[in-house]
Design a protein around this ligand. Structure first.
Ligand code: ZN
Length: 229
């Protein structure tokens, strides 16, 4: 896709359309020298993640949450709006977007249709948008919000210190390995292959939105503003 037009500070822009024609939006807040990217709704059946992203964004927009001055924060609250709209993990073409990114280890093999990686690496519009966001923003770190029965701070790249800082706020264990291979994932694409510290925050599956927000609000802020240079 063409080079992505980034929003100005305190603005939201539509950076693409899903297969079903829904807007994929990107919001920016702050104008500091360090950029961070927060992504929600990669998996549409993990509302714990995208509800958190939307609430966090709303708090930043209304000023009830203040970002540190060094930070320029980008938020894409629903990368997979088609999946979110119908509570489905995959996008409208049944592709698991966290297996479709163009990584060195991308494979067409899959055993469970929930993890269908697509017909080729980076084949999906949502993957093109993810790649374009990373190229345009050049984030110092990325945080993607998911949910899982085993809540954890999954970190990819050389960033145990970042994960530990978040753990002090939310009490979850930092883990570099989620327990099974994830070719084509954001953690591999950004964290391991591009040396961009990447946190996949796995919120406890089924946790009530208010409880999840209370548990992770400061951890998210601490993580997003962790790097000062
Ligand atoms: Zn997920």
């Amino acid at each position: 896709m063409a080079k992505l037009e980034l929003p100005a500070p305190e603005k939201t822009v539509t950076i693409g359309k899903s297969i079903q024609g829904l807007d994929i939006q990107l919001y920016c807040s702050g104008n500091g020298p360090i950029s961070a990217l927060l992504i929600g709704g990669v998996h549409g059946d993990e509302p714990e993640g995208y509800l958190f992203a939307e609430r966090f964004m709303q708090e930043v927009q209304t000023g009830s949450l203040t970002l540190p001055e060094h930070l320029k924060l980008y938020i894409c609250p629903r990368l997979n709006p088609d999946g979110c709209a119908v509570d489905r993990r995959t996008n409208a073409r049944n592709v698991d977007l966290n297996r479709n990114l163009p990584t060195g280890d991308w494979t067409a093999d899959f055993t469970n249709p929930r993890y269908f990686p697509g017909l080729s690496a980076g084949s999906e519009i949502e993957s093109e948008i993810t790649v374009a966001m990373i190229e345009a923003i050049k984030p110092r770190m990325i945080m993607s919000l998911h949910s899982y029965e085993h809540a954890m701070i999954n970190y990819n790249g050389d960033c145990l210190d970042l994960a530990e800082a978040m753990a002090r706020s939310n009490g979850l264990p930092p883990k570099s390995d989620i327990g099974y291979p994830t070719p084509g994932s954001l953690g591999t694409y950004a964290g391991w292959e591009r040396n961009i510290p990447t946190i996949t925050l796995e919120i406890l599956r089924g946790q009530l939105p208010d409880d999840a927000y209370t548990q992770h609000r400061m951890a998210a802020l601490d993580g997003l503003s962790f790097y000062r240079s």
